[in-house]
Write a protein that binds this ligand. Structure first.
Ligand SMILES: CC(C)(COP(=O)(O)OP(=O)(O)OC[C@H]1O[C@@H](n2cnc3c(N)ncnc32)[C@H](O)[C@@H]1OP(=O)(O)O)[C@@H](O)C(=O)NCCC(=O)NCCS
Length: 160
């Protein structure tokens, strides 16, 4: 039987290419959730909440701040991509974050990650860059881009 941490780590192992070094360890996820200001959502292959005993197709992990919610991780298993599950997880994150008092969503992403197409289509826009912020397992450096999404705008313009 899978518990939710197992489900998150099952997606993590499949969704995050080790070449980028972006996957979190089980310990990191467990610690983040223990603090109390981090939240996760799981999605089934059909875009629904995950039933007991079922594996997830994707997950999101976010951290609540003052009137802001930062998306820390978003992953969908390769075999379930381009079916709208990433978008479903962002829709849920927006609604969850709004209910926790967030005015905007934030995220940071390595430059060149195709996830940018998903984020920009959702209403995220770039607000800053950090030169050479990420260090890859092979030692290469990659810039980070920070994105924001105004929750009111996303809802008002019907971007979901
Ligand atoms: C990014 C990720 C979560 C997207 O999940 P997904 O379920 O495939 O996304 P969706 O199906 O909801 O995509 C919705 C739209 O976003 C855009 N999009 C998503 N992935 C894209 C890609 N690789 N290239 C171009 N556009 C993309 C498209 O417009 C897509 O709509 P379409 O399929 O009708 O063209 C998934 O590719 C992933 O897990 N990547 C590896 C982990 C990662 O880098 N996560 C982000 C940083 S934490």
């Amino acid at each position: 039987m899978f518990d939710d941490l197992d489900r998150i780590m099952d997606v993590m192992a499949a969704a995050f290419d080790p070449a980028w070094g972006e996957a979190w360890s089980r310990r990191q996820v467990d610690d983040a959730l223990a603090i109390g200001n981090c939240h996760y959502r799981l999605v089934s292959p059909q875009g629904q909440p995950v039933d007991e005993g079922e594996k997830a197709a994707g997950f999101s992990l976010s951290r609540t701040g003052y009137e802001e919610e930062e998306l820390l991780l978003l992953g969908v298993k390769p075999e379930y991509r381009r079916l709208g599950l990433g978008r479903t997880l962002l829709d849920t994150l927006r609604d969850d974050a709004a209910s926790r008092g967030a005015q905007r969503l934030l995220l940071e992403m390595r430059k060149g990650n195709p996830a940018e197409f998903l984020y920009s289509g959702f209403g995220f826009y770039p607000i800053g860059e950090r030169k050479d912020y990420y260090r890859l397992p092979n030692g290469e450096r990659i810039d980070a881009i920070t994105f924001a999404c105004n929750i009111c705008n996303a809802i008002a313009t019907g971007l979901h």
